[in-house]
Design a protein. Structure first.
Length: 231
């Protein structure tokens, strides 16, 4: 994929509409292209607002029917006291309760999906904000790059890092004066992985990545697999 084609992917990246291999290629290009970083910054706010501009889907008919059946089974002694064409008040109440339960189940499921999508989008936007920051500086090692904005926000871009072993995760560290502090855990794949680092990265700090147990640790327990100096 040529440079011009990568430039054209900016709107799709802002909307999170790229395939995994396209996203990996674009993020690698983004770390080195000031023009795309500036363009992406203008798209990010609009893309975020689009996530909340769509109508919510209707509840599943199958789920509603199962809940209605269960609710009716709870009241086998209801006897209609009105003409057949009228709906008994008790039955109306049962349907209302069942509908409320169905709505609550559906709303809870939708909320969970939206929260996960929002978290993923927020992480992506944090990376994009660093990469598109005017005056950002890039520092590189043999396996990773660190981009630092003038205010100290930073993003780590890693290429070709194998997935962590079972029960393990990758953890980033920012070391100043020889004292590393945790900067976040992340998963890695065979392509390019970009993550926003927690906290600020001061000039002259060292960014490291180690493989730690799932959930992360308070201090490194293994030798770094990636080390990038920001001097």
């Amino acid at each position: 994929m040529g440079t011009e084609a990568l430039h054209d992917l900016t709107p799709a990246y802002a909307l999170d509409a790229l395939e995994p291999h396209e996203r990996a290629r674009y993020e690698e290009h983004l770390a080195q292209c000031e023009e795309c970083r500036a363009e992406l910054a203008s798209f990010s706010e609009t893309a975020a607002s689009l996530a909340y501009a769509v109508d919510a889907p209707a509840p599943s008919p199958q789920l509603r029917e199962r809940l209605l059946s269960a609710a009716r089974a709870e009241r086998p002694n209801v006897v209609p006291l009105r003409p057949r064409w009228a709906i008994p008040a008790a039955a109306t109440a049962v349907i209302a309760v069942a509908a409320s339960i169905a709505l609550a189940v559906w709303a809870s499921s939708l909320s969970g999906r939206l929260n996960r999508a929002h978290q993923a989008r927020s992480a992506q936007e944090r990376v994009a904000a660093v990469l598109s920051s005017p005056g950002a500086r890039m520092f590189a090692s043999n396996r990773g790059k660190v981009v630092v904005a003038p205010d100290g926000r930073a993003a780590l871009v890693v290429a070709g890092l194998s997935p962590a072993r079972r029960g393990m995760t990758y953890e980033a560290w920012v070391a100043e004066n020889g004292r590393p502090r945790p900067a976040g855990t992340f998963a890695a794949g065979s392509g390019v992985t970009a993550v926003a680092l927690g906290g600020r990265v001061a000039p002259g700090a060292t960014v490291m990545v180690t493989e730690e147990r799932s959930g992360g640790t308070a201090a490194p327990t293994r030798a770094p697999v990636i080390t990038v100096n920001t001097t």
